[in-house]
Design a binder for this molecule. Structure first.
Ligand SMILES: NC(=O)c1ccc[n+]([C@@H]2O[C@H](COP(=O)([O-])OP(=O)(O)OC[C@H]3O[C@@H](n4cnc5c(N)ncnc54)[C@H](OP(=O)(O)O)[C@@H]3O)[C@@H](O)[C@H]2O)c1
Length: 397
């Protein structure tokens, strides 16, 4: 009886002209639940060993077949990567080393049981193996732009990446490994972190030749560590120190685009395997121009103090000299970070023949507009306060 009712309902539906437009939005298949339509299948394709089982429509509540361990998921980029992974039905294992608070914002990004926080110790090989045991994709987003008493640049940015690649290879079932490095990472960089990142890229590709390396420029977004810091400093002291004369060229990129690039690399047919991508935004800025953009959005008059590199280094050096000599932790560097000051002595832009966003089918966002809108929270009179610089300077006719 029910079967007859279903058959006749479907017949009515097929004939109904009124529903024709609806069908173009939500295509109904004559076969099983629309599995013949691309919208209903996971588009992730993975080369290598193993077998991927997919189920559902390709959305948050489906099963993409990917079980991804995301090292560094608790960081800035991590939240956007986890969100985009979860959105397509991927189970995400989140290794964390700090408190339970470090990952709780991630739990909300997936269905019940989809985001799985797992306590681990980055110095314990067995604990790393445990968080990788059930996965078939590994993403390494671990990185640090300053040294701490416990971890050197080399340990965090190079040794950990290498160790993850070795363990992933030994695992045997890891089909994709994505290593997030930095634009400008090179063995000749004046920055120790960027040199360590370059060594990490080499080590990862040596241990896991199918890995994909992503090298984003400085990332911009709600939780970024450049525009937020500048805005806080400018609000507090009414000026912004510019390292050198602010003429160093950088290519900042919207963090959501970087996360999209990571997902695009996972979703491709394997062409990104073993490749290195340089992910810079669509515009090259000087540090001064980026600061102007920040001042424009927070609607404060731009005032700068140009700090020549030797003086900036002199201001930043005491922390680095004392870090391991005093028996207590020192504050983390913000604006005056010695290694970042060194990095700023050279331009950091996408190199000429590099693979970029376009090779992953992504058009990166311009920064002006939505990507920097979060800075409106720094306007002293609320989001509608004041006028932009261009509005304040009268145009001459
Ligand atoms: N932010 C940028 O502008 C930028 C630009 C280019 C490239 N990158 C690179 O992109 C990646 C992600 O950047 P991000 O801004 O998201 O970094 P982030 O916010 O600083 O997060 C870094 C992640 O690494 C983890 N981590 C740091 N030190 C660790 C250690 N000693 N042991 C284990 N885990 C450790 C952190 O875990 P805890 O939460 O436990 O500390 C956190 O999950 C990094 O490799 C970074 O170098 C960043």
């Amino acid at each position: 009886m029910q079967a007859t009712w279903r058959r006749s309902s479907r017949g009515l539906l097929e004939q109904s002209l009124a529903l024709a437009s609806l069908r173009s939005i939500y295509p109904l298949s004559s076969s099983e639940c629309g599995v013949d339509h691309p919208r209903y299948v996971s588009t992730i394709s993975v080369k290598g060993t193993g077998h991927i089982l997919r189920k559902g429509t390709g959305g948050r509540s489906s099963v993409s077949g990917i079980v991804a361990t995301v090292f560094g998921a608790t960081g800035f980029l991590g939240r956007y990567v986890v969100q985009q992974l979860a959105k397509m039905g991927t189970q995400v294992l989140v290794p964390f080393r700090g408190s339970e608070d470090s990952h709780r914002h991630l739990k909300l990004m997936g269905d019940l049981g989809q985001i799985v926080p797992m306590k681990y110790n980055p110095r314990d090989e067995n604990s790393i193996k445990a968080v990788m045991a059930k996965s078939n994709v590994v993403l390494n987003l671990i990185g640090k732009e300053y040294e701490t008493r416990n971890y050197s640049f080399e340990e965090v940015n190079r040794d950990m990446a290498e160790q993850l690649a070795v363990i992933a290879k030994e695992h045997g079932g890891i089909m994709r490994f994505i290593q997030v490095s930095c634009l400008g990472a090179s063995s000749s960089s004046p920055s120790r972190m960027l040199r360590a990142k370059a060594e990490a890229e080499e080590a990862v590709l040596m241990e896991f030749p199918e890995a994909t390396v992503m090298k984003p420029g400085v990332m911009i977004g709600t939780e970024d560590r450049i525009l937020n810091r500048w805005a806080r400093f400018a609000k507090k002291w009414s000026f912004l120190p510019l390292m050198g004369d602010g003429s160093t060229k950088i290519q900042p990129v919207y963090v959501v685009d970087v996360a999209a690039a990571v997902i695009a690399a996972l979703k491709d047919d394997g062409t990104s395997m073993g490749k290195v991508y340089e992910l810079g935004g669509p515009e090259v800025f000087t540090v001064h121009q980026l600061a102007e953009l920040m001042f424009d959005v927070i609607r404060e008059w731009p005032r700068y103090v140009k700090v020549p590199f030797p003086i900036a280094r002199a201001i930043a050096s005491p922390r680095e000299l004392l870090l391991k000599k005093v028996p207590f932790p020192l504050p983390n560097p913000e604006i005056f970070n010695l290694d970042q000051i060194n990095a700023l002595t050279v331009d950091t832009v996408v190199s000429e023949n590099a693979l970029t966003f376009s090779d992953l089918g992504i058009v990166p966002h311009k920064l002006k507009g939505y990507p920097v809108e979060f800075l409106t929270c720094y306007r002293k009179g609320g989001p509608a306060f004041g006028s932009t610089i261009s509005e304040r300077i009268p145009t001459e006719f």
